[in-house]
Design a protein around this ligand. Structure first.
Ligand code: PBG
Ligand code: ZN
Length: 330
């Protein structure tokens, strides 16, 4: 008796079985939702560069977080437009700064939720760079650069002030050398040894940050951030950055942006044993919103496909402006 030839088969699963064998799932509890804070009261204004995202005053952000948490979102990253800007970005370590005020209010209202602080200076400096400059008068000067060690000192001040206001996770994004180590030491010696560091370990010099810079008015007034952000052509350098940050004490590492860098997320996941976060950045979000508004693509399907691809590449955590939209569907 002849046995039938054994062939690979593609089974036509019914929906419930498709769900059973699904390899990657999106969950609201692995999303981090960005929030944009502004000084003042009673403000909730849509950000034109980020359709569906808003500038909130501290009093108005409470309802937004309430709604998100009812959808299962437990993690938020806060960005702010500060009360004042100066050359060093000193409003970022003011205990009464915009993020500090927002964090205190949010932690009082929602002690169980996590509020993450982005640690950088581009939102707080009048020149829009991510640290202290060598020569702040050198508009247009090719020699302009960020002074690494002075910036580290300020980052530690910023981190400690944010922890005092109740921040649950510190996320340094400025790409300074020795950043994670300096912050870890600063936190440990100030009674915040239990606060994790989520490092923006791999941060590319990307055009996809465009809408964000519009939202926080942080576009550099001259030059760009090429000297301290990674070249999109490099991948081995990403591995180096990740290993350095973990060595320095990073508890989680982030790849930013996500979509043009899925290969990087995949590699980082394979060489580390810490949670990997991916930042689905502003340009990646606005492109989908605009194309969907123009009737070119299906919003919900595109969104879920993109978020799933980030998950499939290996991200444990996804920072996304789609957090609420996606959580309503999954
Ligand atoms: C730095 C920071 C930026 C983003 C997150 N944190 C701006 C930058 O790196 O230039 C961009 C996020 C996005 O585009 O959504 N504070
Ligand atoms: Zn910055």
């Amino acid at each position: 008796m002849a046995f039938p030839e054994i062939r690979p088969r593609r089974l036509r699963y019914r929906a419930s079985v498709r769900e059973l064998v699904r390899e990657n799932r999106l969950t609201p509890s692995s999303f981090i939702m960005p929030l944009f804070l502004v000084p003042g009261e009673n403000i909730k204004t849509e950000i034109s560069a980020l359709p569906g995202q808003f500038h909130f005053s501290v009093d108005k952000v409470i309802a937004e977080v309430q709604e998100a948490s009812s959808l299962g979102i437990h993690n938020f990253i806060l960005f702010g437009i500060p009360d004042y800007k100066d050359a060093d970005g000193s409003s970022s370590w003011d205990d009464n700064g915009i993020i500090q005020r927002a964090t205190r209010a949010l932690k009082e209202e929602f002690p169980k939720l996590n509020f993450i602080a982005d640690l950088c200076f581009c939102e707080y400096t009048d020149h829009g760079h991510c640290g202290v400059l060598h020569n702040t008068n050198s508009a247009g000067n090719e020699e302009m650069d960020v002074e690494n060690d002075k910036t580290l000192e300020n980052l530690v001040k910023q981190a400690i002030s944010l922890c005092r206001s109740g921040t649950d996770i510190i996320a340094p994004s400025g790409n300074m050398d020795g950043m994670v180590k300096a912050i870890r030491q600063g936190l440990d010696s100030s009674g915040f040894s239990n606060i994790p560091i989520m490092s923006y370990a791999v941060k590319y010099h990307s055009a996809f940050y465009g809408p964000f810079k519009e939202a926080v008015k942080s576009a550099p007034s001259f030059g760009d951030r090429q000297t301290y952000q990674m070249d999109p052509a490099n991948s081995r350098e990403a591995i180096k950055e990740v290993l350095i940050d973990i060595e320095e004490g990073a508890d989680m590492v982030m790849v930013k942006p996500a979509l043009s860098y899925l290969d990087i997320i995949y590699q980082v996941k394979n060489i580390t044993n810490v949670p990997v976060a991916a930042y689905n950045v502003s340009g990646e979000y606005s492109i989908i919103k605009c194309a969907a508004n123009a009737g070119l693509i299906n919003h919900d399907r595109t969104m879920l496909e993109v978020l799933t691809s980030i998950k499939r590449a290996g991200a444990d955590i996804i920072i996304t402006y789609f957090a609420k939209d996606a959580s309503k569907l999954i």
